[in-house]
Write a protein that binds this ligand. Structure first.
Ligand code: FAM
Length: 435
């Protein structure tokens, strides 16, 4: 493990010193005003968090340590048999801030493979749920059960210096990430494949081994997993799963507790559950119209019907983005190479052609363009992973990379407990009266 951890510490110490100086010299500079509307409306646009791993531009989309998704697809290390980036490399990039060598990414892959053994009681916790339980509920409970393994919690109880927090958080984060694919695959095989589990293959990279344990050994599915687990990893710090992980971490809860909080947030339909909702909406559309490839006119009518029923068109809109999500585009490019003839994929593309104009014409939807969830389900269905209830778990396995790399930074930078000020409406009214 040694050299990557040491390198992280070196980079973090430098950054920590730079931040101390920055606060001392420029700490009084205002980042902007907070309006009453923002306080009531989800704190949208309030700059109030520091997240080093990625930054979201409303028009360009996400950049991880300055690199866009097309750049990552080109520059990150690939598996020996693949063309897509390996998430191991992205984790290194988010953690250390530099594009890794093949050796660095391989090292992370080897550490995760070595630490992937899941203790038996975690499987017992999963088995205690009725099989019908939503996979995200089983996933959250399993992560929580894994908390018995937390080195941070044990060290804190024994009494450690603040300066050592990052070390244990780093160790816990690496172990947790290592174990997630096995847990997720176990839930999948239990729920949908009669509990016929597949043992890990330690020779494969993190994504390929996950694909293998899920039961999909097709090479291009492994490529899809590498891409999928890379592009879902991080979306700066204010989204529900990242913010929840960071917030809970600020109380010095260990990485298992923090990540569980992030995942219960990801399980909401306006966040990670949207990928499940999108494919259901598309399949209902296909069923209602009696064809897998409805015409653009038929799709347009169906979108208007969804809106008139007071429902959202899932996969469209975003709290920050104002253009097509580059994560959608990356999946579209993958589909063009691997499954352009798939009728559901074609329907996703036809929805993309007609939905933005209709959503825009409502005059209230701020972003009429597709987000990451608009495409992923059609790709997974193409490869036979048809159980859409499971899709958010895949998102969660990927999201661990970003939120846990960020948690390592939170502790390495010594961030304090988070405690923004709240107000009552009475307080707001009094404040207005005094203006
Ligand atoms: N379909 C219908 N109405 C929509 C809409 C959509 N796709 N997106 C936004 N609106 C509505 C929204 O409900 C709100 O209506 P009311 O004023 O009647 O409450 C209005 O347009 C203004 O909303 P906004 O400011 O444009 O969006 P928000 O920042 O409040 O919300 C989303 C952002 C993502 C929650 C919202 O666009 C949405 O519900 N989209 C569909 C669900 C989805 O795809 N979520 C996934 C987001 C994703 F990237 C992720 O987290 N994985």
């Amino acid at each position: 493990m040694g050299y990557i951890k040491d390198h992280f510490k070196e980079v973090a110490d430098k950054q920590s010193a730079a931040i101390k100086k920055l606060i001392a010299e420029h700490g009084e500079i205002s980042l902007g005003q907070v309006t009453i509307a923002q306080a009531y409306q989800g704190m949208r646009g309030i700059p109030g968090l520091i997240t080093e791993t990625s930054l979201l531009d409303a028009n360009e989309g996400i950049r991880f340590r300055g690199y866009s998704i097309p750049e990552l697809r080109e520059k990150l290390p690939k598996a020996s048999d693949g063309k897509e980036p390996c998430p191991e490399g992205l984790f290194y990039l988010m953690l250390v801030g530099e594009i890794p060598t093949d050796e660095d990414a391989g090292h992370i892959s080897a550490v995760w493979a070595r630490r992937s053994h899941v203790p038996n009681h975690v499987f017992q916790v999963i088995e205690a749920f009725p099989v019908s339980t939503h996979p995200m509920t089983q996933f959250c409970a399993a992560v929580l059960a894994l908390q018995t393994e937390s080195k941070f919690a044990k060290a804190y109880e024994a009494g450690i210096s603040k300066k050592e927090y990052w070390d244990y958080v780093y160790e816990d984060s690496m172990t947790l990430i290592a174990r997630l694919p096995r847990i997720a695959a176990y839930i999948y095989r239990r729920k949908y494949k009669n509990g016929e589990h597949i043992q890990p293959d330690g020779m494969l990279d993190w994504s390929a081994n996950f694909a293998h344990m899920l039961g999909y050994d097709d090479d291009s599915f492994k490529e899809l997993m590498r891409l999928y687990l890379t592009i879902h990893a991080d979306h700066e710090g204010g989204n529900v799963s990242a913010h929840a992980t960071h917030l809970v971490g600020s109380a010095l809860s260990d990485p298992y507790l923090c990540f569980t909080a992030g995942m219960t947030g990801l399980a909401g339909p306006l966040h990670g559950l949207a990928n499940q909702e999108v494919i259901r909406w598309i399949e209902e559309l296909q069923k209602d119209l009696g064809t897998l490839t409805p015409s653009k006119e038929q799709i347009a009518d169906y979108i208007r019907k969804t809106l008139s029923e007071g429902k959202v068109v899932p996969g469209y809109g975003h709290a920050v983005l104002r253009k097509t999500d580059p994560r959608f585009t990356a999946q579209m490019e993958f589909a063009k190479v691997h499954c352009a003839d798939n009728p559901t994929v074609q329907t996703v593309w036809n929805v993309y052609e007609v939905a933005p104009e209709i959503l825009e014409s409502t005059g209230k939807i701020k972003n009429p363009w597709p987000n990451v969830d608009a495409h992923s389900g059609a790709l997974l269905k193409h490869y036979g992973l048809v159980e859409e209830d499971f899709y958010t778990v895949l998102f969660g396995v990927s999201r661990a990379l970003g939120v846990l790399a960020s948690l390592c930074w939170d502790r390495a930078l010594g961030f304090p407990i988070e405690r923004p000020k709240s107000m009552t409406t009475e307080w707001i009214n009094n404040y207005i009266a005094k203006q």
